[in-house]
Write a protein that binds this ligand. Structure first.
Ligand SMILES: Nc1ncnc2c1ncn2[C@@H]1O[C@H](COP(=O)(O)OP(=O)(O)OP(=O)(O)O)[C@@H](O)[C@H]1O
Ligand SMILES: [Mg+2]
Length: 283
């Protein structure tokens, strides 16, 4: 099964043939519970290689529940997030995944470290159900930029992916990734002190205006995209929310901008792994 997997610092977003999945990325330590209240649809008590913990909506029962924030995804919590997500992707015994990495850390060494961590056979227990599956293939796409493939267009496009801990700014010209105009800002919705989206818009502009022009076509993605579009318009008049779509069985469905990266990763996965659809897309 092909899976587009966006293991965000705040929420994990998945696009796969059975649909869209989203759950909190938090992971915390395990403890015995006397009263087992339900906290949400993604309450997960997990065990992986002897490590027990709470995840998703249940992580609030952990004293040290949280999400390791930052620019690299090459760490054990990211692997557990991936396995917890794949646990919910049907009953397949093998997966071909496309995951993301912020633009700043999208280096050959980081990509290799993530692939070495992911590819292979894994066993995970979630809420007393154990599943074993193999991740046969893995590609690492650039967060922000890869969302382009969920809504490809010609010409010059600037993409701003406002996440919880990072903001990825990507540039593409005629469907080709432009490295010199793409970068990661090391802050996001959960790490800034202001709640004022006008301040955030100004902060983004002050970091992008050195390389981007005011009249550029700018597309917003990420959880806050719809609320940020008006504040951003003061700086980039041609800004819009990206209209991401997922194509499945001949139908095209528009998805919320929070799923834009996962939808782009899925489109890349289809291009790489689907023998009927092989098509090279820059990642
Ligand atoms: N519907 C919404 N309206 C406004 N803000 C939202 C909405 N949904 C999520 N957010 C906010 O958007 C932020 C970014 O969400 P997103 O899922 O894109 O981040 P992430 O991918 O988990 O983080 P990162 O990209 O840094 O790893 C969240 O921190 C949340 O505060
Ligand atoms: Mg993100």
């Amino acid at each position: 099964m092909i899976v587009g997997f966006d293991w965000g610092n705040n929420e994990t977003k998945i696009v796969c043939p059975i649909g869209l999945i989203k759950f909190p990325s938090q992971i915390g330590e395990y403890s015995e519970r006397n009263l087992e209240s339900k906290h949400g649809d993604y309450d997960m008590s997990f065990e992986h290689k002897g490590r027990k913990g709470f995840a998703g909506t249940l992580a609030l029962e952990s004293d040290f529940g949280g999400s390791i924030m930052g620019e690299s995804k090459s760490h054990q919590d990211a692997l557990i997030r991936l396995l917890l997500g794949l646990f919910h992707c049907g009953n397949s015994t093998s997966y071909q995944v496309v995951v993301g990495q912020p633009i700043s850390m999208h280096t050959p060494a980081e990509k290799k470290a993530i692939k070495d961590m992911i590819i292979g056979k894994h066993t995970i227990t979630v809420n007393d159900f154990t599943r074993t599956f193999t991740i046969t293939d893995c590609e690492i796409a650039a967060e922000g930029g890869a969302s382009f493939w969920s809504a490809p267009v010609s010409g010059t496009v600037r993409i701003i992916d406002v996440g919880s801990a990072t903001i990825n700014c990507a540039s593409l010209i005629n469907k080709k990734y432009l490295n010199k105009d793409s970068f990661t800002l090391p802050f996001g919705m959960e790490t800034i002190q202001t709640n004022d989206l006008n301040d955030l818009a100004r902060g983004i502009y002050s970091n992008t205006s050195k390389r981007w022009k005011k009249e550029d076509a700018v597309l917003l993605i990420g959880g806050v995209a719809k609320s940020l579009v008006e504040p951003m318009r003061a700086y980039y008049p041609n800004v819009e929310v990206m209209k991401s779509t997922v194509k499945e069985n001949g139908t095209i469905n528009e998805v919320e901008p929070i799923f834009a990266n996962a939808a782009g990763f899925y489109a890349i996965g289809r291009g790489l792994y689907d023998i009927n659809k092989k098509q090279k897309r820059s990642v």
